[in-house]
Design a protein around this ligand. Structure first.
Ligand code: MG
Length: 265
């Protein structure tokens, strides 16, 4: 099932789901607790980010060629960081460049949404805890992340609007193999990242097992599973996001997350 969240005419955020016939219907109740399908939605609806994450966990260095382009070493375990929930951004909305950074970069990624609470989750059962999948752009201010103050990793990842998500969630029952998706990022129409989630060093199941080690993952946790090679920082010469850019993250079986870039003013 495909699920999206949208703003009703009265301003309230609501969920809708798409049937196999392509029509959209209201989704009634908590999406994590067996919601029911309601009335058909006749009007075209514009999606907002499909969830308010309880936490956003980012995985660094999960694609071999991205590690090489960054000059890093292959990690023994997944390396993770936190993006603050205020970084959440919506499909179609601008990514505003912070005044304090001149090196804002894109990272197209598969995002995993945890649907039920778990701790010490065995890898063989890890996908049972996944509610669904969506597209993410792990926007990163490279100067804050890597250069200033010894590397202010969370700051560089957490500015307002630095985590566009969407446009839809494809539920785990429909997308059973998250390691077989084509991932493409386009900057102003030009392909800059092209990979498969099969190339992840640590699979979605392995990431969930690792992250839940003596640590409770709550429903609503969003895991950004890492980015493949082709980030702007590593292009020659480096190419960072500029006012007016259009950045797209496409995942096969899910959809395309599109945002514009806007300078602060
Ligand atoms: Mg990332």
């Amino acid at each position: 099932m495909k699920i999206l969240r949208y703003r009703r005419s009265d301003g309230i955020l609501d969920y809708a789901c798409q049937t196999s016939g392509g029509e959209w219907f209201e989704l009634v109740g908590n999406i994590f607790e067996s919601p029911t399908i309601g009335r058909a939605i006749a009007k075209a609806i514009d999606p907002v980010a499909p969830i308010d994450p309880s936490v956003i966990i980012g995985i660094a260095h999960n694609y071999r060629r991205h590690i090489q382009e960054c000059g890093g070493e292959i990690p023994e375990w997944p390396v993770f960081f936190i993006k603050l929930p205020g970084a959440l951004n919506h499909p179609g909305m601008p990514i505003c460049l912070p005044v304090s950074s001149h090196k804002v970069d894109y990272e197209g990624e598969l995002a995993v949404i945890i649907g039920r609470e778990g701790k010490n989750i065995p890898v063989e059962h890890a996908l049972d805890y996944v509610f669904g999948y969506t597209c993410a752009n792990d926007i990163s201010a490279r100067d804050w992340q890597r250069e200033w103050g010894g590397g202010q990793f969370c700051r560089g990842k957490s500015f307002d609007g630095f985590c566009p998500l969407g446009p839809v969630i494809v539920t785990a029952d429909e997308l059973q193999n998250p390691q077989a998706l084509d991932l493409t990022t386009r900057l102003n129409g030009q392909v800059v990242q092209k990979s498969s989630t099969a190339d992840m060093l640590f699979s979605v199941a392995e990431l969930i097992a690792f992250l839940s080690h003596e640590t409770t993952l709550k429903a609503g946790t969003v895991i950004l599973t890492g980015t493949p090679s082709g980030v702007g920082m590593a292009s020659k010469p480096p190419r960072f996001l500029q006012n007016g850019d259009i950045i797209e993250v496409e995942l096969s079986e899910i959809g395309t997350l599109i945002n514009t870039v806007s300078s602060a003013d």
